[in-house]
Design a protein. Structure first.
Length: 703
């Protein structure tokens, strides 16, 4: 089948095994040291935060998949809960696991190079893994399911390579592959299939079934043990639902492939999201305020996305030009193919970092594996020539990250120092401080979006089964979260961005509930407005009878010219993102203003409520509200309009404090069909602007 086996002699009997073990320990130490150098930095709010939060809940006696709903494998939270139980629930315990895994992966990568007879190239294979925590920061230094799966895939690949020669190693390989699947099921299943096929291809004739059978047996053994464990707890159906049924029923993640042509330029579809596709380390260490959409940085990024495919193509080219491939190329190539699943359907940088170390390792093997004289002087010099700049780069990046890091962490429970601007400037520290001052340990808190790390950082309790927002699971989340909110006094909310769905669009019933029962504290008012803020329970504003934002498509939009003459507006206003827990109802303006007319029946005791005064909102671009304008509310009835109330907006106080709550009594028209007019008249002499908005306008009944 086109495979060559370097040696059938057991690894431990080969000459110089003690020296090789020493080198493996050395590279394990290097990998641990690099990882240890960066684990004091950059906590991850979502993925790592979910693992920490779920493990803490399991420590308190809750059951995974019963009281705590996640849709990844059980190994990361269950293992971390066990460690918390014995070592304390501190983030350093979770990060310590990564240091150990970095050591094991680096040592195993060296072993792959040695078994492949790559000579000095084995040091390069080890360096590919040892450098990952720094050069691919922060993904390889956070405790998250995909990070654990990537680390475990390296010893799984190494033992699968040894399984070509020895069946017992196949059992170990299968068990490690099962551990990968218990972190990330899809990647683990793909790794199981690809490594089993590679072992069949690489094993000596007559022993292929036995070698592959050992891998399969090891994987099935661990999988069966997991099923028995959950079956004895009566939770086998919950396991199947959480890992299979629900993920298949969720809304598919929108595909976002990186364009590779023309070189050095992003496509128009990716403009505005460039930072998702650029190396994270360049953004953390760069002083630029915004990523570039073209240039050398984009070209280098595109090359990195192509690298896994180029390496696989080079492997095929070597087979065609040089004959049978060493077993190491088949086995490591199989692992690379499995890890490529991380790039589907979203091929962005967060997924690519899981693939690059495996691609770099395979590239080294393509050049060096199975050489006749790999230990020659030229090979040693070439290896040193690559290792030295790599070591300098790792040291420089590590020092740069520490220099760029904020001197303070995220509180006593999360001492990791933030590096990225999203962590340093988004109000996260202020939110944590506010919660710690206003909520006792163990108090209920709801984190509405994707920052579950704040539960762990503030020692608070999540009264819902969901650690974070799950896109597409609307009905189940709405029911469970509304029930949990009854006992909640504080809610953590983050602003919407073009990279995620708006909260009001994802969970509209919850958005309305938050608008009715929660308000923004004065501590989070001001400019610039934080990206993460706290809402506190306030007076009940009354049940919504008519949500004008949700009925916006029924409204008649009109504009006025400079003479005040009205005509129907033919322009659709752009979508604007919810800000500070208010949904902007936008409308287009003419030179003399404009507005919206709603035809509706007013309920008994009707009262109009809304917010005004937000100066700036984000949508397809940044939009500015007209200054000094007058917003008015009028009621049209029996052929004429009567102005009920008006508000002058965007004076100095509005610009400093954001939204300002307003209301007006509509009870004189209760029970009647009317035209409710929400309009804007610009200030005389002020340059007109094309857009204005109200914040979450609604009609409520008397309490």
């Amino acid at each position: 089948m086109g495979v060559s086996i370097a040696s059938t002699e057991p690894l431990w009997r080969r000459p110089g095994v003690a020296r090789e073990a020493g080198w493996a320990l050395f590279w394990g130490g290097v990998g641990a040291a690099v990882c240890a150098a960066v684990i004091p930095l950059q906590p991850d709010l979502l993925d790592e935060g979910t693992s920490l939060h779920v493990a803490q809940r399991l420590l308190r006696g809750e059951r995974l998949y019963r009281e705590v709903l996640i849709f990844t494998g059980p190994l990361p939270p269950e293992m971390l809960a066990w460690l918390f139980r014995h070592l304390g629930d501190e983030i350093v315990v979770a990060r310590g696991v990564l240091v150990g895994l970095a050591a094991i992966a680096s040592a195993c990568a060296f072993g792959i190079g040695r078994v492949a007879r790559a000579g000095p190239g084995a040091h390069l294979t080890a360096a590919c893994l040892a450098a990952a925590p720094a050069l691919l920061f922060p993904r390889w230094s956070i405790y998250a399911p995909d990070t654990l799966a990537c680390y475990l895939s390296v010893p799984a690949t190494f033992t699968a390579l040894l399984a070509v020669r020895s069946a017992p190693w196949g059992l170990a390989a299968g068990a490690l592959v099962a551990a990968v699947a218990l972190c990330q099921p899809l990647v683990g299943i793909a790794l199981f299939a690809s490594l089993a096929i590679a072992v069949v291809i690489s094993a000596p004739a007559g022993q292929r079934v036995g070698r592959a059978g050992a891998v399969i047996g090891g994987a099935l053994g661990v999988g069966a043990a997991c099923l028995v464990f959950y079956a004895r707890r009566g939770e086998l159906e919950l396991l199947w639902t959480s890992l299979v049924s629900v993920p298949l029923a969720l809304d598919p993640v929108p595909a976002a492939p990186l364009n590779l042509w023309p070189p050095g330029r992003f496509s128009l579809a990716l403009l505005g999201s460039e930072e998702l596709y650029l190396p994270r380390i360049s953004r953390l260490l760069s002083a630029a305020s915004a990523p570039e959409s073209e240039g050398l940085g984009v070209l280098l990024s595109q090359f990195l996305y192509l690298l896994p495919l180029l390496v696989l193509a080079a492997s095929i080219a070597r087979r065609l030009s040089a004959g049978p491939l060493p077993a190491a190329l088949w086995v490591q190539g199989a692992a690379l193919v499995a890890l490529l699943l991380n790039l589907h359907p979203r091929a962005d940088w967060a997924q690519l970092v899981c693939v690059l170390p495996a691609a770099a390792l395979q590239a080294v093997l393509v050049v060096a594996a199975g050489e006749v004289a790999p230990s020659g002087r030229k090979a040693r010099l070439a290896t040193i020539g690559l290792l030295v700049p790599l070591a300098v780069g790792v040291a420089g990046v590590s020092l740069g990250l520490h220099r760029a890091a904020d001197p303070m962490g995220l509180g006593p429970h999360v001492p990791q120092r933030p590096v990225g601007p999203g962590h340093r400037d988004a109000g996260i520290v202020d939110a944590i401080d506010y919660i710690r001052r206003h909520a006792r340990p163990g108090a209920p808190l709801y984190v509405a979006r994707g920052e579950p790390l704040l539960y762990f950082a503030t020692d608070t309790r999540n009264p819902t089964p969901f650690p974070s927002l799950v896109p597409g699971l609307r009905k189940e989340q709405t029911v469970a979260i509304l029930a949990g909110l009854d006992e909640v006094g504080l809610v953590v909310m983050s602003e919407g961005t073009p990279r995620q769905r708006d909260y009001g669009d994802e969970l509209p019933a919850l958005q309305r509930h938050l608008e009715r029962h929660f308000r923004l504290p004065d501590a989070f008012r001001g400019s610039p407005f934080p990206g993460v803020f706290v809402l506190e329970r306030g007076p009940d504003r009354g049940p919504t009878q008519i949500d004008l934002f949700e009925r916006r498509h029924e409204a008649r939009a009109f504009v006025r010219d400079e003479r005040g003459l009205e005509r129907a507006s033919r322009r659709e206003p752009p979508w604007l993102w919810t800000r500070q827990n208010r949904r902007p109802l936008a409308f287009v303006l003419g030179l003399g203003g404009g507005g919206l007319d709603f035809e509706l029946e007013l309920p008994e005791g009707a009262r109009f409520e809304a917010d005004v005064g937000m100066e700036e909102l984000h949508g397809d671009r940044i939009h500015q509200h007209p200054e000094g304008a007058r917003l008015s509310l009028s009621v049209g009835h029996r052929g004429g309009f009567a102005e009920v109330a008006s508000w002058r907006v965007l004076d100095a106080g509005d610009r400093a404090n954001g939204w300002r709550a307003i209301e007006a009594d509509l009870s004189p028209w209760a029970g009647q069909y009317v035209t409710l007019r929400l309009a804007l008249t610009p200030e005389p002499g002020k340059p007109p602007r094309p857009l204005a908005w109200w914040g979450s306008p609604r009609i409520v009944a008397a309490p």
